[in-house]
Write a protein that binds this ligand. Structure first.
Ligand SMILES: C[S@@+](CC[C@H](N)C(=O)[O-])C[C@H]1O[C@@H](n2cnc3c(N)ncnc32)[C@H](O)[C@@H]1O
Length: 278
């Protein structure tokens, strides 16, 4: 399979996250679900944030940052989380915006939506709605959202331009984009980018920082910034590869050592910001 085929990327991503939702101990993107202690997903949230959430919402956390902290959410705001997974950031957002606000989660994987809705019921939050759909075609109206957040999902999309265009469309004038994502310091080689396992693991589909900034601007965003929060090097990459089983089924043209060297120092977690003009 090559990553040039969008339908196959969607299917591979959906499969990976469906199994992550079914068994939170399975290997999944951006770390190891079950306990948020994987190389990428560990220690993203403060204890007082996670203590107030259902344990399954915390266990299903597969992000690479804490976008709710980045977004400076205010009471009464409407928030949309792109690729909401088990719902951790939607539930945190719902608490931050309070009963006069609203938090939407959007995800394409039915198993993740089931898990998120179960977590919502357990949290007892009513200002939350989980929507099924793709982040490339957001099922909300124009200018309806104050803040778009996302946690380690945009890199998974085969059509980042569509995602950013849609995020811009649903934002109100002056609305903010505040997302955590994986970004790259340099372009990965073509054979590496074609590793579907590495794509669903949030690395192969990631954008190089300058390309990401250019796409944000061409979608219409201003005040664009990409702030690295964590660089993955040496032991991180080896640990990440082990968690993600990268290397078990590598094609013959990929040397595992060379792949680790290529990834080390190339892959980072980052905060990505932008604003829709007033
Ligand atoms: C790495 S997980 C992150 C989940 C969540 N944001 C978190 O921090 O725990 C990626 C999630 O995005 C969803 N996803 C990936 N690509 C998507 C797309 N194109 N449209 C909608 N959902 C998508 C997957 O189903 C999965 O639940």
């Amino acid at each position: 399979m090559t990553t040039g085929d969008s339908e196959q990327i969607y299917a591979a991503v959906r499969d990976r996250y469906a199994s992550a939702a079914r068994a939170t101990t399975s290997i999944a993107c951006c770390g190891q679900a079950g306990t948020p202690t994987g190389v990428v997903s560990r220690a993203l949230y403060e204890k007082d944030e996670t203590d107030a959430l259902p344990s399954d919402a915390v266990a299903a956390s597969l992000g690479c940052g804490n976008p709710t902290m980045l977004a400076d959410l205010q009471p009464g705001e409407v928030v949309l989380d792109l690729g909401s997974g088990g719902g951790i950031d939607v539930l945190l957002s719902a608490r931050r915006v309070g009963p006069t606000g609203m938090a939407y989660g959007l995800d394409m994987t039915p198993e993740m939506l089931d898990l998120a809705r179960k977590n919502q019921a357990e949290a007892g939050l009513t200002n939350v709605e989980f929507l099924q759909g793709t982040i490339e075609d957001i099922p909300l109206g124009d200018g309806t959202v104050d803040v778009v957040i996302s946690n380690c999902v945009v890199n998974l999309s085969p059509d980042k331009d569509a995602v950013l265009r849609e995020a811009f469309r649903v934002l109100k004038p002056g609305g903010r984009l505040a997302i955590a994502d994986i970004a790259l310091r340099r372009t990965l080689s073509e054979p590496t980018r074609e590793l579907v396992g590495l794509w669903t693991a949030c690395a192969a589909g990631a954008l190089v920082v300058e390309e990401y900034e250019a796409k944000l601007r061409s979608a219409g965003f201003e005040s664009v910034s990409i702030e690295p929060t964590r660089m993955f090097e040496d032991d991180d990459i080896v640990g990440l590869a082990a968690e993600l089983s990268v290397g078990e089924d590598l094609p013959e043209n990929i040397d595992r050592e060379a792949l680790m060297t290529e990834l080390s120092g190339s892959v980072m977690s980052a905060f990505v910001r932008g604003q829709k003009p007033q």
